[in-house]
Write a new protein. Sequence first.
Lengths: 283, 404
Amino acid sequence: MSKGNEGYRGSGDYIASKPLMEIVNVSINLAKPLVIKGEPGTGKTLLAHSIAEALGKKLLIWNVKSTTKARDGLYVYDTVQRLNDARFKDRDISDIRQYIKLGRLGQAFTSDEQIVLLIDEIDKADIEFPNDLLNELDEMSFHINELDEEVAAKHRPIVVITSNSEKELPDAFLRRCIFYYIEFPDEEMMDRIIRVHYPDIQEKLVRECIKRFYWIRQIDGLRKKPSTSELLDWIKALSMGGIHIDRITSELPFLGSLLKTEQDTERVSRVASGGSTGFRKRF
Amino acid sequence: MFIDFFYKLRAKGVPVSITEWMSFTEALYKGFMGTSLNHLYYVGRAFLVKSEAYYDMYDLAFNEYFGGVSSEGIDLEKVMEWLENPINKLPKLSPEELEEMKRILEEMKQKMDLEEMMKQFRERMKEQQERHDGGSKWIGTGGRSPFGAYGYYPGGIRVGGEGWMGSAVKVAQERRFKNYRQDIILDVRQTKMALKKLRQLRREGAEEELDIDLTIDKTAKEGGEIELVFAKSRENTIRVLLLMDTGGSMAPYADLCERLFSAAVQSEHFKDMKYLFFHNCIYQDVYEDMWNAKAVPTEKMLANFHSGYKIILVGDARMGPGELFDKYGCIDYYYSNETPGVEWLHRIKNHFEYSVWLNPTPKEYWRHPTVDAIGRVFPMYELTVDGLKDAIKALTSKVKRSAA
């Protein structure tokens, strides 16, 4: 199989590591759903956006919530509307078709061109949810009972599924997917990511922030480690606030944009002031 | 092609299935092997490994098979491997093999200095944390871990008596219920089953969901005037309070309890899910943390949790009779309880409508004065899939269950 120029190579505002690009390409070529896991803020969701952009395809997003049922993604039969129409005789109700509304997956299947389908945070739903989609994703088709019709994908969509590992995904489901765990970016990668977002910010500031950021991340016992998006917010706050670099090292201004709980803030400031267990001053 | 690699992976504990292997092979045939080993590494990983928890094992297998980095610390590795395998295979062991295993284990115990073992264990733990942000499950998760696994055997085969357990206590204590909470990867089917069973606690609630049949009925009766009927949806109103024993004798079961615990905590199906810890027996305090540092008066617990909470107590119920029946009987010398433990247990039992006790020790070993006594207070079940099933049944039964 030629991988020529066709494949995914990342996009302007998204930096994908080389292995990730490879995996994306493999999953596209073998038409297998790609499951992406990783810490919050590692760009799982953005990946789908980036794929769509880079390949010039339309993106459909199916945001999964705790109440989402697998069926919702296929189609919904709007009974109430039909009843209502029957009552007021507004429309001819004999055609059920007009009351069948396709869900995201249904839309993806019926689309005239290949699209990218993002099933976002699949682990938010019931644990059976992924299993309910097994067949649909495997066969890329489903049945509408009310019409007794089969909806089959005209073009197999590129399916990207993200998971925060709140719940474990079922084995049977995973077996049919390709899996990639996005590691938390290292300092060098982080530097590149920040540059993509804020090309104009002083290099020194960025470096200092990154240093501090990774230092905070390695502190034990944080309830929630700050992630990329928080770092970006922090840098923005710092640069807009015109904070001098020396102050970043000495007093960690705008800590609130990095840490979201009181305990964490306390913990970090305690460690920073050197009062806590076994911390050697590094800065 | 590569089939040895497949077995190597499985030997290392990566649960690769045939389906996955076939898709991988397909990818290779289609030319995705690329030209470099690097390529193969990533593609292989994406196809064969479905959880970051196994990445480390994959790395090991890969290195061994393709001869990348030569692994150091061979000795330790061997020991680990040795420890790893028998436990993995346990459920399928024949009696002879079992004997063989016991024998080797005895030999091991004689040859290996316990201290040395502990040292290695610590090193391993350190290594583990460094390598994987504590994500790797070399030590800790059930079937695969050499150290955490001593106490419990999935297939119901339970070897050895106290002596064996004894050594496990020490080892397991190091980390005991440490990782309890967060993202422990529950790869064992049994725990998933447990989770499912716990889910049966659902459907009691009242919410809004259109009842189509009733709506049509009603509408027809009204002569076409639309009448929407809403029915109760199946919202879960169940509140659970988990009380777990962290006493020393529980250490061999840390692994098992860990799984139950994470399964319970991770399941978002409950309206409320709270947990508290105790040490050996419940006296005037329970604890918010497993190190028994943050005490909550038991009285307060009873006041805070209304009687509708379903209580699941987990413990081996095995203690010195005095610890249960006597005033000032608590094993901790400095902790004086004016009310005997059994009295507290009765209070808990009487306060809540539903309560069960899950015992991780196999039923054969329950014959013990305190186990019997506690079994008379709370309906007691084995902490196995079946036991859990029964316990859930007891928790959801319509009829209030009187102590068996």
